[in-house]
Design a protein around this ligand. Sequence first.
Ligand code: NAD
Length: 322
Amino acid sequence: MKRALVCGAGGFIGGHLVRYLQKKGFWVRGVDIKRHEFNKSIGDEFLVLDLKEAKNCIKAMTLKKGKFDEVYQLAADMGGMGFISSAECEIMRNSALVNINMIHNAAEMGIKNYFFSSSVCVYRNMKPGEPELPEEGAYPAMPHNEYGWEKLYAERMAMAYGRRNAMRIRIARFQNCYGAEGTWRGGREKAPAALSRKIAEMKEGGSVEVWGDGTAVRSYTHVDDMVDGIYRLMHSKIDVPVNIGCPQYVTVDELAKTIAKVSGKKIKIKHIDGPVGVQSRNFSNNRIYSTGWKSRVSLEEGIRRTYPWVAEQVRKTSDKKR
Ligand code: NAD
């Protein structure tokens, strides 16, 4: 039986990836600084470890016998735009420490297959209507935020270790990812979860607050598509960074309207000041398409799989308050 390690398994994408790999027949150890909030029994084994510390990275990658066949590094101090714009130092320090200690010790321990989760935040801001940026378009580098700079550094470090050691490095640059069992409140949630929560909490005909003027363009990738892309990339021959994202681009207002449609509520949109991030996105998916991957979940279908879960969390929380 093949064995995989998923770092960041107590988080959103990591948690889904653990289950995906188990369905593929892997024995999976999950590691995170905290337990999974919504699924207490994730993985065949779960270790609570702070991966900022080298000794914990070694512990995470140590098996009684033999080595992990595959290591997936998704642990990061991260969140939506609100968090990214207010926690620059934490992001740059904490995520860099995790990545430095993970890649170095993976190489020392002879890990053969190492996946790193990067982000399309490594790219510059774009204007609406610009042609698709391929992966090389990340250079000359001008990420819009410090989260993107840390990801770019970690990508380069992983590739440098891959060149020096017999370690296959696979790097995915994720577009915004959403789905059930993701952070939906508390300040780290991303737009699909935040807007789902606000709409779930709202009465029919109420106003939902959207940061900025609502015209920022994004693509949202459902987590089922994302974990499939991660797996296909890991098992491909592509040793350079790869964008993974749904090719359906929408404005933030269109996202809010899609959620409202799924909720069945009539809503108004109220634009307020807030950290919007980049104005536009448009990336080539040709590399990931070459693995046979394609996005199968449209935005509306993905929201149909996500909104009821967020609404359920909102209901459970308000029941507890009563
Ligand atoms: P998440 O916050 O739900 O998961 C990240 C996990 O890393 C968390 O559970 C957190 O506790 C863990 N972690 C943080 N510091 C740690 C430490 N010191 N030791 C051990 N674990 C630690 O985020 P996610 O949405 O699942 O993202 C997973 C990865 O994908 C991250 O690297 C993120 O930067 C990247 N990414 C996500 C998106 C997205 O839209 N969700 C987009 C681009 C890139």
